[in-house]
Structures are given as C-alpha cells and as structure tokens.
Design a binder for this molecule. Structure first.
Ligand code: AKG
Ligand code: FE2
Length: 320
C-alpha cells in the first residue's frame, strides 16, 4: 500500500476480465486508481478547463447571479461548503460550478460557457462521455464481484445508473485560488464521496491527498500527483455500502502544494450516483459476507436510506 495504481483502460475492450481484476484489486485496497487510455479526448478536457478558467475569473457579483439554488446546480462561492465538519474551523477554500443532466439548458450553464452554443454542446458531450466511462467502470466492478448472470452479471449496475433516470449525477468544475495559508489548512476538507464512483481530473496543480485506511486514523496522507492524460477514479459510499465495505470509499482532501501555492488550482469531477430510489443494501456477490458489515458505513444513520435520501442527507451536513 502507498502508491496509487495506474490501470490501462484499453484492457476494458481487449481483456475485460483482466481490466476488472486490476480495478477490483485497487478498490479493495486503496479505493483510488488512475486510468490511462480511457478514450476521453484531451482536447475536450482542455477546452472545458478553459471555460472553467474564464468563468471563475468573472467578478464575484456576476458569479453570484447563478448561485446554487437546488442541489448541484450552479455556483458555490469560497467557504460555502465545509466537507469536514468535525475538524475544519472555516469552510473550504474552493469555489465550484455544478451542472446536472437536466440543467444543461439553464441560464446558468449558458453563462458558464459565456453564451457559446458550441461550447455548451461540448459540456453535454463531456457529461455523456464521462457517464459512459463511469458505467464501464461499474461493469468492471460487477465482473470483479462475480455478480451471477441471473442477477445481471456484468450489467448489474446498468439499470440503477441510466442516463435517462432522475438522479443527482453531477459534473463539477472546481477552482482553488492561490493561498498563503499554513500548508496543513485544508482547501477542501477530508471527506468520502457519497455516490457510486467518481472521476476526477486535476489540471496541472496537485494538492489532492488520500488516507488509505478509514479505521486507523493516524495513517499518513498519500499525495495523488497530477498524471498527464490520466483520469483518477475513486469509489464512493454507495459502492462501499453495496459491498459491505469490501470496496473502499476512501477519505481524501486537498491541501495546498507549498511549491505551487502561488498558482490557481483547477479540477473537474464527475460524480455518478445511483437512481434516487435505489437501495443501499448489500448486492448479490459471493464475495460479500455478513461479517464484513461492521465496516461498511461511515454514518450508521445512512444505513437504511435510499441513494437519493443518503446523498441529500450528506449534502445537508456539508452546507450546514
Ligand atoms: O478538487 C479536487 O481535486 C477534489 C475535489 C473532491 O474531492 C470533491 O469535490 O469531492
Ligand atoms: Fe471528493
């Protein structure tokens, strides 16, 4: 344990079993892995980072016109979120802009792309591409978990993660302005992601760190460096609950990189959530046993919730 594996995702087409094996191993251990050869065009990623830079450089009054009103839709300023309620003295030093499938045509999304219709199509395309990629990764989990054919086999998760269904799946652009605070001050507080699986792209300034064990509080934080052209994948709480803790939803945070603190940090996350009515009970895998249950959930209160209830509940705490 200690380094985050890099998996060649072209294996998904050439040898899905081997791809699933490598992803399964990484997910039982550190819960984070990079994928390369993922098929998402770098030019598209670069263009959306340019959009993001242009948006966040706007004056606060302009951005505030598109403040997040419903869950995951619109702008959230610095300090609006506190991801680590127990340990943070101030809110996160990041600002974000969220887009969901059904808000692609909202005024706020148009403002985000500065009224450029071609760029708006790029956002839609990016969302759909990341949705497909995240679902292909779920297929790898289903293979690795040996879900029986009678329960859907490798397609087990497809029904609960359809593009058309109502869910909170969210494309998020993040900006961390340069800071001169103490390097230990979190820019984004320690947390686990709430959903099924998350994809993360750091532009060029690092700072992300993961804590590879959730039971041993003193384990060191491991840096997650920027690897050009790779996408970072991490397991969210849904998968941890569905697998009674076999797959790990690992804590992570962003602190500032002392060598780069004078540079702004940009990242983009795609957070895949299950359909709102999906139960978070253990799924039919021969690898999941009752005894694993103790470690399965971070928040015992979340145990009997549906995916929609769980996410809404976690978000409420974040904005408390
Ligand atoms: O900005 C980052 O790199 C991490 C953000 C994150 O972990 C999150 O939004 O859940
Ligand atoms: Fe996160």
């Amino acid at each position: 344990m200690g380094t985050i594996p890099v998996i060649d995702f072209s294996l998904f087409t050439s040898d899905p079993k081997e791809c699933a094996r490598q992803i399964g191993e990484a997910s039982k251990d550190i819960g984070f892995f990079y994928i390369k050869n993922h098929g998402v065009c770098q030019d598209l990623i670069d263009r959306l980072f340019s959009c993001s830079e242009r948006f966040f450089q706007q004056p606060l009054e302009s951005k505030n016109r598109y403040l997040m009103k419903d869950l995951f839709h619109g702008y959230s300023p610095i300090n609006a979120e506190t991801l680590d309620l127990e340990n943070q003295r101030q809110g996160d030093l990041k600002e974000t802009f969220d887009i969901m499938k059904h808000t692609m045509n909202e005024e706020s999304t148009k403002y985000f792309v500065q009224g450029d219709v071609a760029e708006q199509e790029k956002v839609v395309n990016f969302y759909k591409t990341l949705h497909r990629l995240a679902n292909n990764i779920l297929q790898c989990f289903a293979i690795a978990l040996e879900i029986p054919e009678s329960a859907g086999g490798r397609y087990f998760f497809d029904n609960s993660h359809q593009l058309e269904s109502p869910c909170l799946t969210d494309l998020r652009f993040l900006h961390y302005p340069p800071q001169s605070c103490d390097p230990e001050t979190p820019l984004c507080g320690s947390h686990t992601d709430y959903g099924s699986v998350s994809l993360l792209i750091q532009k060029d300034v690092g700072g992300l760190e993961v804590q590879a064990s959730r039971t041993h509080k003193d384990v060191p934080w491991i840096p997650v460096p920027v690897i050009p052209n790779a996408i970072l994948v991490n397991i969210g709480d849904h998968l941890q609950m569905w697998t009674n803790g076999l797959l790990k939803s690992t804590k992570h945070r962003v602190t500032y990189d002392p060598q780069q603190h004078y540079r702004p940090r940009y990242s983009t996350g795609f957070f895949l959530f299950a359909n709102a009515d999906t139960k978070l009970d253990p799924i039919p895998s021969p690898l999941i046993t009752q005894e694993m249950r103790a470690e399965a959930v971070e928040f015992e209160e979340g145990r009997n919730m549906t995916a929609g209830e769980y996410v809404a509940w976690r978000i409420k705490r974040t904005y408390a």
